[in-house]
Design a protein around this ligand. Structure first.
Ligand code: NDP
Length: 604
């Protein structure tokens, strides 16, 4: 059935559902996550740091109160909160040559954050920074990471360009021992670990990928020495006479394709599944307005955004964007249905969700028709799935890029690139000669904890975290793991799991960890550990909930649904969040840490 017909039959839900299933079925594949490969051999340099020259130093063989592994926003906000709590003997250990994490590595042209800077950039009030725009570009975010590090003295004593190779608990001394690729052997009373959920670049396992003879790189290691230009937006002048291919059309590709379309001689976009592209509407932030904000504004904005983004009510929508629009529509429809006499049941909620989603996706598909001139390109760019099946994207130039004469959309009808040879790419039996091939193929999700972090963590009795979590993450609050004393994990899972604003999860975790470490130091406790009972109770509560994107068998495959493969306990646990939602979690954890009882933890 043609897309136009389905559009016309919007009221006919079953036709739309059938179209969604048809598109999903084209993309289902038996190898699921295994279709991706690690960058080895010809691509092993993709794990290197292209941004700084490595300088040699003496190994560190000392001890600190708190070692923080990972210098992204997880490590920075934890370090900041610890310093604020008077814990000063801290060392952040980071593989990159500077702080920033994802924003250190991802310098591709057009990189920006889809979450409004007023809520995404942590500690704005503490550091006195005014974001330049509603949504800011990567260099400003990287700069903000550096600002936090400077403001809280986190460069002092840091170990940058240092990759942890092993983390081991020493029961005799109640200390963690951290081994690194610099020959360090750092002892730490406490370790906080924020290694990032989307950290390790992955490549599509397309036959022949190793044989490509032109320039090839991953978006998270952009090779400006080849393309010309810089992360600040200068044109990539060296591409003017090049035939450039890009594989992938996810959130990253959506941001860099408009820049490539302008600068490349010819651009070939190899698409397997189109992203949903909603309105961006960026604008500068006015200093006069910013100065009128009262102390404590960022916390109010954070709670307002989280509330509206997760279906709650607030008098005003402070951020007012595509994220809050999605959930406000669903919420308002539930209210309207209830007002019209519907019973408050899961079926009412589901119907409201489906109706709102159909409406939103119809708008998104209509936007493609309104912007893209070429009819067949427009048809191919329409997403046929529910908006939250994949990472929603927001952009005002992406679709326009397909009106550039040198930009060619090579739609693979859900099948992906067929094979790669020395001089280019094959799709449906047709060869495309390329000088350069860019992989916008994403990051490892769902592989083992150690593989994604780049090192193994060994707790009490020689048990590794990968073994402990082989059947899924097990923790209390997403932070504490039994048999891994004095270790704190920083990430969204098993806590608030607020996906639309990751940094809020991290800032809350940092504050919690700082309170615990402060308490342990004040009490003279050498060990802090979650009891087995408390951890199990938390996990049981999470398992009683269906609250996750995962599990939607109707969705087109992607990393939100285990690439379309069956979703078991492991996948559910890894993506679970507090059943009552992020705002309830933030209230719960604030009360938990401020009472000073730290229920569920044992201080010895
Ligand atoms: P994704 O994993 O989202 O996208 C990978 C892309 O590669 C998909 O389009 C995928 O297609 C495609 N692909 C994989 N294999 C093939 C193949 N064989 N042939 C053709 N295409 C193929 O990675 P991204 O880097 O785009 O994004 C990762 C995440 O990073 C986002 O989901 C988001 O969470 C985060 N991000 C956040 C931003 C922000 O604003 N804060 C900005 C950018 C990224 P298919 O869809 O069919 O699998």
């Amino acid at each position: 059935m043609a897309g136009r017909d389905v559009l016309d039959e919007q009221a006919d839900h079953s036709a739309l559902r059938a179209k969604y299933r048809e598109e999903r079925d084209k993309r289902l594949r038996a190898d699921g996550n295994e279709q991706y490969i690690e960058p080895t051999g010809r691509f092993s340099h993709l794990l290197d740091d292209p941004y700084v020259a490595r300088s040699e130093r003496e190994p560190m063989l000392d001890e600190v109160d708190v070692a923080i592994i990972g210098g992204g926003f997880s490590g920075l906000v934890t370090g900041a909160r610890l310093k604020q709590a008077g814990v000063t003997d801290i060392r952040i250990i980071e593989g990159g040559g500077d702080f920033g994490g994802a924003w250190y590595w991802n310098r591709y042209p057009g990189a920006m954050c889809d979450t409004a800077a007023m809520v995404y950039l942590p500690l704005l009030e503490e550091t006195g920074h005014m974001p330049s725009q509603k949504y800011v570009f990567a260099p400003e975010i990287f700069g903000h990471a550096q600002r936090i590090a400077q403001h809280f003295g986190l460069y002092d004593n840091a170990a940058l360009s240092t990759q942890v190779t092993a983390l081991e608990w020493d029961d005799q001394s109640s200390r963690w021992i951290i081994h690194t690729d610099r020959g360090d052997r750092i002892r730490a009373r406490f370790v906080s670990m924020g290694t990032g959920p989307l950290h390790r670049p992955k490549l599509p396992g397309i036959p022949g990928i190793e044989t490509f003879g032109g320039r090839a790189f991953h978006t998270s290691r952009w090779e400006y020495d080849y393309t010309g230009g810089d992360p600040g937006g200068s044109p990539m002048v060296n591409l003017a006479d090049k035939r450039v291919g890009i594989i992938g059309t996810g959130a990253t590709a959506v941001q860099c394709i408009p820049r490539l379309a302008k600068d490349a001689g010819e651009l070939f976009v190899f698409q397997r599944t189109p992203s949903s592209i909603d309105v961006r509407n960026n604008h500068p932030i006015e200093p006069e307005w910013f100065q009128t904000l009262e102390a404590g504004w960022q916390h109010r904005w954070l709670i307002n955004f989280a509330t509206l983004q997760t279906g709650g009510f607030a008098e005003e929508d402070l951020v007012h964007d595509g994220w809050t629009d999605i959930s406000k529509r669903i919420r308002d429809r539930v209210v309207a249905d209830l007002g019209a006499g519907a019973a408050f049941t899961p079926a009412t909620m589901l119907k409201a969700y489906e109706d709102s989603d159909d409406e939103k996706m119809t708008e998104i598909r209509a936007r493609v028709d309104a912007v893209v001139h070429d009819h067949s390109a427009a048809e191919a760019l329409k997403p046929w799935y529910r908006q939250l099946c994949k990472r929603p994207c927001f952009h005002d130039e992406y679709l326009l890029a397909y009106n550039e004469p040198g930009t060619h959309l090579i739609d693979t009808d859900g099948k992906g690139v067929e094979r790669i040879d020395e001089i280019g790419v094959w799709v449906a039996g047709k060869h495309y000669d390329l000088d350069c091939l860019i992989f916008a193929s994403g990051f490892e999700v769902g592989t083992s904890t150690a593989r994604r972090a780049g090192f193994e963590t060994t707790g009490r009795g020689g048990l590794t975290l990968s073994e402990r979590w082989a059947e899924g993450m097990q923790s209390m609050h997403g932070i504490h793991v039994h048999d891994f004393p004095n270790l704190f994990i920083v990430g969204p899972s098993q806590g608030a799991n607020l996906i639309s604003n990751i940094t809020q999860n991290l800032t809350e975790a940092g504050e919690t960890i700082a309170a615990i470490v402060r308490h342990a130091l004040d009490e003279g406790a050498t060990e802090v550990e979650v009891t087995e009972d408390a951890e199990q109770a938390w996990v049981a509560m999470l398992e009683g909930s269906e609250r996750a994107f995962l599990g939607n068998a109707d969705c087109t495959p992607g990393y939100y649904n285990n690439e379309g493969r069956p979703i078991g306990r492991r996948e559910r646990l890894n993506a679970s969040g507090y059943p009552a939602g992020p705002v309830a979690y933030f209230e719960y954890i604030d009360a938990w840490r401020t009472t000073g009882d730290f229920l569920g933890l044992e201080f010895r």
